[in-house]
Design a protein around this ligand. Sequence first.
Ligand code: BGC
Length: 755
Amino acid sequence: MIKEALSKLKTVLPDSNIIYMKTKKYLACAIVLLFAGNQLQAQTLYNAATEAKITGLIQKMTLQEKVAMIHASSSFTSGGVKRLGIPEITTSDGPHGVRFEFGRDWVPDQGANDSGTYLPTGNTLAATWNPALGFAFGSVLGSEANYRGKDIILGPGINIIRSPLNGRNFEYLSEDPYLISKMVVGYIKGVQSQGISACVKHFAANNEEVDRNTVNVLMSERALREIYLPGFKAAVTEGQVNAVMGSYNKFRGQYATHNKYLVNDILKGEWGFKGLLMSDWGSVHSTKEALENGTDLEMGTDLMLMYSNVSQTNSGGTSNKSNMYDRFFMADPAILMVKNGTVKEALIDDKVRRILRVMYLTHMIGSKRAAGSYNTLDHQKTALKIAEEGIVLLKNEGNLLPLNKTSVKSIAIIGENASRENAMGGGSSQVKAKYEITPLQGVKNLLGSSAKITYAQGYKIARNQQADPQMIEQAVAAASKADAAIIFCGWTHGYDYNKWDDNAYDAEGVDKPDMNMPFGQDELVKAVLKANPKTIVVLMGGGPIDVSEWINKADAVLEGWYPGMEGGNALAKIIFGEVNPSGKLPMTFPKKLEDSPANKLGEFPGKNDVVHYNEGIFVGYRYFDTYHVQPQFAFGHGLSYTKFDYSNLAVLAGKDKATVKIRIKNSGKRAGAEVVQVYVKQDNPTVERPEKELKAFTKVFLQPGESKIIELKLNSDAFQYYNEDRKKWVLEPGKFTVIVGGASDQILQTQKITL
Ligand code: BGC
């Protein structure tokens, strides 16, 4: 047994680690670790034959050549060693399309073939609750990245949606670590199935934008373990992600990108991550910390932009652009530190080893990638499918939806969001879309000449813009004359998408000021609802909106997110019933911002560059449920045009796990899909625990009248909490309630078990 374990150990641990494994004590620890779940990451990212080749390469490198590999060589590449046939790594954003070409600087290339597939954003993907679509999404990205000559795609982005205000929520997935974990694994495997590396970001606790470069995030260990880390852990241990991006913020006083606890102790130690940890662009602040605390690759801004007036570099070079990268923390200063004995060269070797490992896996050395593909019909179909499954029907009183294509002879389409293309907005996630079907175009595509379509802009997306009475009047006139009206309102990525810094609301570097729709949209919605009660309100953007001013008057409300290049078609198909909605909210929609836990118990965005996550583990529905605060729309909520019946719940409990069986029937008249959600509640915990937590789900597709028996497993971790004193996950024996339903506030079946 020991012999077998030893030989297995040799194949999963790098040489450098083996050195430390000599004593029996370490060996025993290593074996325990090996069989405790770390082997997955190690097996894929570690291959003995490749390691030997890597050792050979490292032995041939000079210190200068090694250091050239651990920092950027242009805006999106890192250094190679031509002499040894080691190419540069080419990266690209991410996360919902391959970004346009910059060449080696930050000036967009002219005439490049870089208009690609613009996928729905992270929220939409998460709202599908369909991990298979995560894989499909990742495969499209990987394939297009490959076609475009990229090696690493800078996605997925999986930071927890802690507050509705974070400007980058639209790129992220959810407030719930379990949902994130399930979706992220598929995404990563999809990207990497194309021979490309994914890079999960931003590690960790990067949950606000305004002060992201300076803020020091303080939270309990339990919140870190139960809420903020599980998605990353799943990305590493289950998704086998090849690269991780460190975030800008500080965590407990030390920058996250070179945070000893996050990177060395947890990511590379506990989780056994064998790939590379790259910085966010410009997130390294100290050579010594970066070298010692696990940062493998420093990426960043084109220093030419920052030092455009400087003629000489500190490193004695000239102002030649390529030399500018020698100024990076992990460039000349690193060489100096090795030379003067401050750090050991072995630290650099480990970084180079990890980078080379990723290069081998990404077929940059040693093997060739199969060709990728670009802008195929299949890719566009995937974008459509994700939008169709991710759009959420929030409200449908009196079955106003779906509209009937044959009886609606005139329709008013209202709102600038109906005609706005969004692919180029939002910051680094911008995509030059091959095309983008806006909601207005989608309705036109579907209705053709069968109905008269009148468009009214309704409001204007412009800085400091208030309600425009004339525009509202035009919208009211259009709505009152039409059989039905649809308002497309909500957020935007900013004003002029051609200008890099004209960001607002849903964008990098900014947070929203509040949860209210800007540009006087509430006034518009109220006026139109009054003019025509057959008005459908479609919210667009990256998450919760305060709808309290008019929600009681609106019969039909949809959440459309930023649904990608086929989004307009998907929305129209749902509105006219060609597609039955099946999306479920991946985050709670509070009634008011004040109800949101980060605002109520914690701080957002904090003060004087410090933010305390005082709400701890009570993020999202964990807070709303436990503190009995009624949300506007609950986590997991989403309606359908058909009806699902839940029956025959049977939970079979084992020693520390359980199997859940439930029968789901489509008792309506349309085919549809239901996301069956399983939550777990500990009945009398001795420590504070949320009212309930999502621990399993599956999306079931059913024909009218059809029923299926679903079986879901709850493993030991479904019942555990993180015990800060014991520094580990613990299952406290006792009574648990297994809760099954179609939303966190729609409990349909429960059963108590004792573990
Ligand atoms: C963002 C990253 C992005 C990088 C490169 C940074 O500002 O935070 O998400 O991948 O830029 O564009």
